[in-house]
Write a protein that binds this ligand. Structure first.
Ligand code: 13P
Length: 254
């Protein structure tokens, strides 16, 4: 049984003050929630404050949106795994489609980040997903396989168990268009089959695969109850405490 993992990717949103007020409301909203792992990935500037406010909470885990794979040195503008670990960050999002498209991250760079995350005991959330043009050309499975094989090269089966995959079709991100539950389930089952090919079926059966792309309270329940959907990576709807909490509750219900 895979425990659901529902994560907020705040992207370039939320000041420190907004983070504090979010957390105050959010904690009340999720008081009764059990059985779901909750992650918040704020911008770097709010990580220290959120870390302090969470105080090592088991209920809400801290995530980062990115990092650089080198240990330290002359990398202006970058953040290392050690810096994240110092703040008790547990998860780090790697290879988000915005990082691929806007900042030029390749599968090779993403792979270095996945390996460096594991070397520092950070759990990577590896994002994969096809563009609209790739889906319309019927290439979505091929794209997923290339991104998974590239991103996960050299990752051991043991490390795979500490890796979360996020399937995020690019055409569904921030567009209000969600993959249908059948489209998402199909992509998730394919993702699991690729992971089984990279390791073995028993390992693949334990790896959690999140769906991301316009997840909202209204569509969360159906998505989160597909057999191979083990959570959500939520952008826009995670910026508001109540809507993020409603998505989490939808994942907890049977
Ligand atoms: P939206 O939920 O805003 O579509 O963003 C999804 C996403 O990119 C999460 O990483």
């Amino acid at each position: 049984m895979r425990k659901k993992i529902i994560a907020a990717n705040w992207k370039m949103n939320m000041t420190v003050a907004e983070t504090e007020s979010f957390l105050e409301s959010f904690r009340l909203e999720i008081e009764d929630v059990t059985g779901v792992e909750i992650v918040i990935a704020p911008p770097f500037t709010a990580l220290a404050k959120l870390s302090e406010l969470l105080g090592g909470s088991q209920k809400i885990r801290l995530g980062a949106q990115n990092f650089y794979f080198e240990k330290s040195g002359a990398y202006t503008g970058e953040i290392s795994a050690t810096m994240l670990r110092e703040l008790f960050v547990k998860y780090v999002i790697v290879g988000h489609s915005e990082r691929r498209a806007i900042f030029g991250e390749t599968d090779a760079i993403i792979n270095q980040k996945v390996l460096a995350a594991h070397a520092s005991e950070l759990k990577p959330i590896l994002c994969v997903g096809e563009t609209l043009a790739e889906r319309e050309a019927g290439k979505e499975k091929q794209v997923l396989e290339t991104q998974l094989r590239g991103g996960l090269a050299g990752v051991t089966p043991g490390q795979l168990l500490d890796t979360v995959i996020a399937y995020e079709p690019v055409w569904a991100i921030g567009t209000g268009k969600t993959a249908t539950s059948a489209q998402a389930q199909d992509a998730h089952a394919h993702t699991r089959a690729v992971i089984a090919g990279l390791s073995d079926q028993a390992t693949a059966d334990k790896v959690r695969i999140q769906y991301g792309g316009s997840v909202k309270p209204a569509n969360a329940r159906e998505l989160l109850h597909q057999p191979d959907i083990d959570g959500a990576l939520v952008g826009g709807a995670s910026l508001e405490a109540r809507s993020f909490a409603e998505i989490i509750k939808a994942g907890g219900e049977e």
